[in-house]
Design a protein around this ligand. Structure first.
Ligand code: 13P
Ligand code: SF4
Length: 388
């Protein structure tokens, strides 16, 4: 299957980034173990029910490549007492066939705090694994590829946040969860796209101010600012997946696919959110499709979302332009298997940093859980947002 970017260019053949072994940095291969990973009658019997689930998005010819790894991962999880947390942007064979718990960043942070298993494998990016480790310091947290980063997390350091704090001592600092442990440690409270407005309003009230610093995503900050009366200061970070969408893209989609409903993420520019029909977290978009069952929809976000949401919503037609997150795509069945088999790569956070970062995360988790994921009101006019 070819994946097209929002501009219609071929960005990748799906086989290239989902094929086991692609981008595996897991050290020398254990060929004796891999030789045992064949698609035989036992594997078929163990995995047929899983293929039933993904058959609309994975070709029959692809399945014999995935199935042996899926069976081996599911066996290893039981043997090792491990659990796999999968973000909504994982490819469908990971999300649907080996993930135990799945969701948006907020749900994953909540789940990580409550996990009973001793080993957590994070099928997502590094900041998610770090959040799990901060919330469960006594557990082993593994990330299948240490290079699975995030352009937002890389845009700001703990030292940057300390400097912002020194400059604006009276304003609370809300940091997006897409940041390093060092940034969370310097901040006052975390937020995700699922609760950013709620957290900003809580922080303003707690600190008794009319101004809140929301870092590091400039576009999320601008979208939050349009949805609250609190004055927002922000940082010039961006998600490399969502910053590339434009309002013209939305217009072109509507022209090319009459009647299509456009959903996007608040990491997108304000004019994209205003041109779309709905903006919310990845869980918000999935819930919107489930509750409204549009005839035709486009999820203007990371590419794997459409596959995973399509599985849950047969009968809904998905228009597929999307942008790939190269960091999320570093996670493959092969390196999840290697993570479980060889206990790699273990995520560590030094306890001093973790203790301070935990306060920021816990403050967010302690806020009342909304009944449904937060929606950004696209009809509110953009407001001025200053950079710190
Ligand atoms: P959410 O799943 O919290 O909406 O975040 C999207 C994202 O880009 C995570 O990296
Ligand atoms: Fe970071 Fe964007 Fe990739 Fe999410 S989709 S991990 S925010 S670069």
């Amino acid at each position: 299957m070819l994946i097209l970017s929002i501009k219609g260019e071929i960005v990748m053949d799906r086989m290239d980034w989902t094929r086991p072994n692609w981008h595996c940095d897991s050290g020398p291969a254990d060929t004796s173990a891999d030789a045992a990973l064949v698609y035989d009658d036992d594997v078929k019997a163990e995995t047929d029910h899983l293929y039933e689930r993904v058959k609309d998005v994975i070709l029959p010819d692809e399945w014999p490549v995935y199935a042996p790894l899926i069976a081996a991962i599911n066996r290893l999880k039981k043997e090792r007492g491990a659990i796999i947390l999968a973000h909504n942007y994982m490819t469908p064979e990971i999300f649907n066939c080996v993930g135990d718990l799945s969701g948006d960043s907020l749900a994953l942070a909540r789940m990580a705090a409550d996990v009973e298993e001793d080993i957590i494998v994070q099928a997502g990016v590094h900041f998610m694994a770090e959040t799990a480790k901060i919330m469960c310091p006594d557990k082993t947290v593994l990330i299948p590829d240490m290079r699975a980063g995030c352009s937002l997390a890389e845009s700001i350091t703990g030292e940057d946040v300390a400097a912002i704090k020194a400059k604006y001592p009276d304003y609370p600092i809300v940091t997006y969860v897409n940041t390093s442990a060092a940034v969370k440690a310097e901040a006052d409270v975390c937020c995700t796209s699922g609760n950013a407005v709620q957290v900003v309003e809580w922080a303003a009230k707690e600190w008794g101010t009319d101004t809140v610093i929301l870092i590091p995503d400039e576009f999320l900050a601008r979208n939050v600012a349009a949805n609250t009366d609190i004055r927002i200061l922000t940082w010039k970070g961006a998600c490399e997946v969502h910053e590339r969408f434009t309002a013209e893209d939305v217009e072109a989609l509507r022209e090319g696919h009459p009647g299509v409903v456009v959903l996007t993420h608040p990491e997108s520019p304000v004019d994209v959110v205003r041109a779309a029909d709905y903006a919310g977290s990845t869980a918000g978009m999935a819930a919107w499709v489930k509750n409204n069952r549009p005839a035709k929809v486009v999820l203007l976000t990371e590419c794997s979302m459409s596959d995973n949401v399509a599985i849950e919503n047969p009968g809904v037609k998905f228009v597929r332009p999307c942008n790939l997150c190269p960091h999320m795509k570093r996670i493959t069945l092969q390196n999840i298997y290697d993570a479980l088999r060889y206990n790699r790569h273990e995520v560590e956070v030094d306890e001093t940093t973790a203790a301070r970062a935990r306060i920021s995360i816990q403050r967010m988790l302690d806020l009342p859980k909304p009944d449904s994921p937060a929606q950004f009101d696209k009809d509110r006019a953009p407001v001025e947002v200053e950079l710190v």
